[in-house]
Design a protein around this ligand. Structure first.
Ligand code: ZN
Length: 214
């Protein structure tokens, strides 16, 4: 294993630590860290149950820590963009379409993820939002710059956490397949969020879990 490989694994282990914290808090175990100049500058874990907010995925938690801090430090929008363009995210599960969109718009440099997200993955599984260009066809929804993305880092560890969580039974899961009301005038981003409301109650790597279990 070369140096950059072992460094990737070292940082993914820190993301797994965050996922374990989520597990301890009875949240879907997904965790992440954000790295700048080789240093972890933020971390996050899934907090959807605690916050009763389906959008509080690990990535959003970690990003918001930085946004708040940089805003407090008086950084301009372009300085914030510059910062993100030098940041790398390590997350245990492929970012969903909502998070991948957000990361692309923020202009994050690179993402490493563990297991794939067969149902809602935004980095190749369902959509490939990391490949988007800055050009928005209708000038309505910014598509972002896209980012370099590599999956499969410690994937089996990430899946094992999810599988353990779902085998124990998710005590917070409501009845599945509940209808999600979607108004016709919602914009695209809101539709993505509406999808996530449903997504959060399901294992992000459910298919993979089932494959491994059976
Ligand atoms: Zn997400």
């Amino acid at each position: 294993m070369n140096d950059s490989c072992s460094e990737t694994v070292r940082l993914m282990k820190l993301a797994i630590d965050q996922a374990n914290l989520a597990m301890d808090a009875l949240e879907v175990p997904v965790g992440c860290v954000i790295v700048h100049d080789g240093k972890v500058i933020s971390s996050g874990r899934n907090r959807t149950t605690e916050t009763r907010n389906a959008t509080r995925h690990a990535e959003m938690e970690a990003v918001d820590v930085l946004l708040e801090q940089w805003q407090k430090n008086g950084l301009s929008m372009s300085e914030v963009a510059e910062k993100f363009s030098n940041c790398t995210l390590y997350v245990t599960c492929e970012p969903c379409i909502m998070c991948a969109s957000a990361l692309s718009i923020l202009g994050i440099k690179e993402v490493f993820y563990g297991c794939s997200n067969d149902k809602f993955g935004g980095c190749g599984s369902i959509l490939s939002l990391h490949q988007n260009s800055t050009d928005s066809p209708n000038n309505e929804v910014p598509l972002g710059k896209g980012f370099k993305c590599t999956g499969g880092i410690m994937a089996s560890e990430a899946v094992l956490l999810l599988r353990t969580f779902y085998e124990q039974g998710n005590p917070n899961a409501p009845k599945p397949h509940r209808p999600v009301a979607v108004a016709s005038d919602k914009n695209e981003l809101e539709l993505l969020v509406a999808d996530m409301v449903e997504a959060v109650f399901q294992c992000p790597a459910q298919e993979e879990c089932l494959r491994l279990t059976n």
